[in-house]
Design a protein around this ligand. Structure first.
Ligand code: SF4
Ligand code: MG
Length: 324
């Protein structure tokens, strides 16, 4: 498989009054062209921070303090973290686009949806003017299965249902035909039937445009249905990476095992990862060694001292745990 992104030792800290929050530490993974790669973990594990940091989308008091994000663009490999604000803006929303969880936050209530889609195309020089963009927006609304797109294109966000709004958000995400689409909990705010429709839609669009999808979710059912490969995050670190089959059939990390045990049948729609005793650690003073050791039923002395590195146990299946 050919990588489109190679993330190495990505580290983001937040400088708060209470102290330095080590939100993600030395996060490394590859994303292959054309796949759906899921980042999974509990709220606060760093999955959203990771996805945002890929294009330097970290706001103060956060800061990317280390690492590389090699993007294999058509012009050749480039480290996205070394680009100027202006250079990364050309890529973000264009070659690498986001779909965020909350349509209320992603859509501007003051503009109709056609204008909002068109504006995103205009900033990247994809269209000559807004008028042309609004015409294209009709096609985009049609491709995200919005009924009556010629009429809907003039609607304001408040005139649309939650599911329709999220389709519009997906429309803004795909308007520039991105190479990489990063979907952060794209269905969390929606009810179960609409969730399934939105996931089907992302899958269809991916097949149609040959895009690579990075899916951020806490929902293992969504992972099982949608992803090719998975990275499991815990407390700002990646603890396991593998194919969906490897992770679901042969989970290695005690945290991954706990997640799967908490979910008797991962194919059913589960809303929360829970039932692992203990609490997620405070990331100002994370536990030394393995960050999971206070909750791990297999913890050994070495686990408190030494940070486990990700090692490849079987083909493409990596785990960061001293048991291996
Ligand atoms: Fe548990 Fe130790 Fe493995 Fe961490 S390194 S998951 S504490 S066994
Ligand atoms: Mg999040």
């Amino acid at each position: 498989p050919e990588p489109i992104l190679q993330v190495r030792d990505l580290t983001v800290h937040f400088y708060t009054y209470a102290g330095i929050v080590k939100a993600i530490e030395k996060v490394s993974f590859d994303v292959y062209k054309g796949e759906t790669f899921a980042l999974v973990g509990e709220t606060g594990c760093g999955k959203s921070v990771t996805s945002r940091a890929l294009t330097q989308l970290i706001e103060s008091p956060g800061r990317i303090v280390g690492g590389k994000v090699i993007y294999y663009s058509e012009k050749g490999p480039v480290d996205l973290l070394q680009l100027s604000e202006e250079e990364i803006r050309e890529i973000r929303g264009n070659e690498i686009a986001y779909i965020f969880q909350d349509p209320h936050a992603s859509l501007d209530p003051l503009y109709n949806v056609g204008y909002q889609i068109a504006e995103g195309m205009e900033v990247h020089g994809r269209i000559k003017n807004i008028k042309e963009g609004v015409k294209k927006a009709v096609d985009i609304l049609r491709s995200v299965l919005i009924p009556d797109p010629e009429k809907r294109v003039h609607n304001y966000p408040h005139e649309l249902s939650g599911g329709m709004k999220q389709r519009v958000v997906i429309g803004t995400g795909i308007a520039n035909n991105p190479k990489v689409l990063i979907a952060d909990e794209p269905t969390t705010a929606l009810d179960v039937t609409v969730q399934a429709q939105i996931l089907d839609l992302i899958n269809e669009l991916k097949a149609k445009y040959h895009a690579t999808v990075i899916l951020i979710t806490h929902n293992l059912g969504v992972v099982a249905e949608t992803a090719d490969r998975v990275a499991v995050m815990y407390a700002g670190k990646i603890v396991e990476i593998g194919s969906v089959k490897q992770i679901f059939k042969n989970p290695l990390h005690p945290y991954t095992k706990g997640l799967l045990n908490a979910v008797p049948n991962p194919m059913t729609k589960i809303e929360r990862l829970e039932a692992i005793p203990g609490t997620v650690p405070n990331l100002i003073t994370p536990p030394g060694g393995c960050r999971f050791h206070p909750r791990c039923p297999y913890a050994m002395e070495v686990c408190k001292q030494k940070i486990p590195e990700l090692v490849e146990i079987e083909d493409g299946h990596f785990v960061a745990c001293h048991l291996y």
